[in-house]
Design a protein around this ligand. Structure first.
Ligand code: UDP
Length: 464
């Protein structure tokens, strides 16, 4: 009898930032029970954080085919600007190109690599080994398509912007004519053409076509129309999101929210337990965005003046530069209706019955988590893909209001009240509808469910 071949072995390699590691760990959790062996490449800093704050190790290590490969010596500073992201990107490319080839050539034999699509150097590193690379984009389909369309915007003269009218419509991102304005393009489009991030992002997005396939953490009812434009360039796309909703639906992840690279303050759940249903605004700007002290205070006055209850995540590095101490009025004056934490168990918070709306920077994970929980949004995008996500939240999905480029107390108060009071029924209804579609997509027979199975089967076929 012929010996049974070993299970396929997959290298999973995220960019070292919370949103990226989070999504790719969730994919890992979905692939392991299907019998795939996985080596997960992780920076030493993220590995330390996961070991300290998350329970993911216990779950992953229960699969004998799982291992972390820890990468030492990477940049460990903040990632709150394009320049710092570039430093990390260059450092990653330098430290991991040889490592990847070594891992691929060593045993166990690598069947395929699932690499964060932001790291196009992986395609170069793997070239010639015959190992297929799946490009996993942790951003939305709409942001990926806008990035991909940047050369068309340059050729048509829409980039760089002529004049200053930020509300002028953009016509050369197909499928977004009629609602996409200059201000909704990814933030780096606001600089000149020599901007390195603009050049990098556009070429990286086109490089995805050199990959074996593209994986997107989205679902067809949400972004199918936009994904069909990408499909004209790359026929092999797996839309398998929302990944965290698969875990919920397959009951693989009963204790959710444990991929955190920061220590969660769970006391906020006790506070939420004491609040009336749908009364609380959850405020979080993710793991990277920073505010100036003035912006922090405008948000605070706006929230207090709105008279709504709020739970606000104020990371210790949320306020930029030397403003590391919270203003005393904020700490003292919040007590009446507000609760502050350094880092929240976000998925649990969004699923809590007391939650009424989410003031978010519209990072893609947060956006998907809000959609799955059926929570309307107030959008305040910070950078990159967030500008376009927030436009879709308001203009396409009708899930909330986009307040990008404004940050004054009167606007904050007005928009919070608009979402939580004046148009509450309308937004709650559309959020509920979208949440239902999200859960259907990851249920048996749903598009993301079937696409995830197709991905697993395709990897297994490669391993034969
Ligand atoms: N998150 C969390 N607790 C917080 C704030 C954020 O667990 O207090 C998680 C959130 O659930 C999401 C991730 O951190 O999964 C942030 O990713 P996202 O893509 O939204 O934004 P980024 O941090 O990449 O800007």
């Amino acid at each position: 009898m012929a010996p049974t071949p070993p299970p396929p072995h997959v290298l999973i390699f995220p960019f070292p930032a919370q949103g990226h590691v989070n999504a790719m760990l969730k994919l890992t959790e979905l692939l392991l029970p299907a019998g795939l062996n996985i080596t997960f490449l992780i920076s030493a800093k993220d590995h330390r954080s996961l070991s300290g704050y998350a329970n993911i190790h216990t779950r992953l290590n229960s699969f004998p085919g799982f291992q972390f490969h820890v990468i030492q010596g990477l940049y460990e500073g903040p990632l709150d600007s394009a320049e710092k992201l570039t430093i990390m990107f260059d450092c990653m490319s330098e430290k991991t190109t040889l490592l990847l080839r070594k891992l691929i050539l060593d045993s166990p034999v690598t069947t395929c690599v699932i690499a964060d699509g932001i790291m196009d150097f992986v395609l170069d590193a793997v070239e010639g080994t015959g190992v297929p690379v799946f490009s996993f984009r942790t951003i939305s389909g709409c942001a990926f398509w806008a990035y991909f369309s940047i050369p068309d915007l340059i050729n048509s003269g829409e980039l760089p912007f002529q004049g200053t009218n930020m509300d002028e419509l953009i016509v050369n991102v197909k499928g977004m004519e009629g609602f996409l304005r200059r201000r909704d393009l990814p933030s780096f489009c606001r600089s000149g053409l020599s901007n390195r991030t603009l050049q990098q992002v556009s070429s990286i997005s086109r490089r995805a076509l050199d990959a074996h396939a593209i994986i997107l953490n989205t679902f067809d009812d949400l972004e199918g129309r936009i994904v069909s434009h990408i499909q004209k360039h790359c026929s092999n796309i797996y839309t398998i999101g929302p990944l965290h909703a698969h875990l919920k639906s397959r009951s693989l992840n009963k204790s959710i929210s444990s991929n955190s690279l920061f220590e969660e303050d769970k006391t906020c759940i006790g506070w939420l337990d004491q609040q009336p249903p749908k009364s609380v605004l959850y405020v979080s700007f993710g793991s990277i965005a920073t505010l100036t002290r003035d912006q922090l205070m405008e948000f605070w006055y706006g929230l207090v003046n709105s008279k709504k209850r709020f739970l606000w995540v104020i990371r210790k590095d949320l306020v930029s530069k030397d403003d590391d101490k919270l203003p005393s009025e904020l700490e003292n004056g919040t007590k009446e209706r507000g609760y502050l934490v350094g880092w929240a168990p976000q998925e649990d918070v969004l699923a809590h019955p007391a939650l009424g709306a989410f003031l978010t920077h519209n990072g893609w994970n947060s956006t998907l988590e809000s959609i799955v929980a059926g929570i309307p949004m107030v959008s305040w995008p910070f950078f990159a893909d967030q500008q376009i996500n927030s436009r879709f939240v308001e203009a396409v999905w009708k899930l909330g209001i986009d307040m990008k480029d404004t940050c004054d107390r009167t606007t904050v108060e007005r928009i919070v009240n608009e979402v939580m009071e004046v148009r509450k029924d309308e937004f709650t209804e559309s959020a509920k509808r979208m949440a239902k579609l999200a859960m259907e997509s990851v249920s048996e027979g749903g598009t993301s469910y079937s696409n995830l199975d197709r991905l697993i089967q395709d990897i297994k076929t490669m391993g034969v």
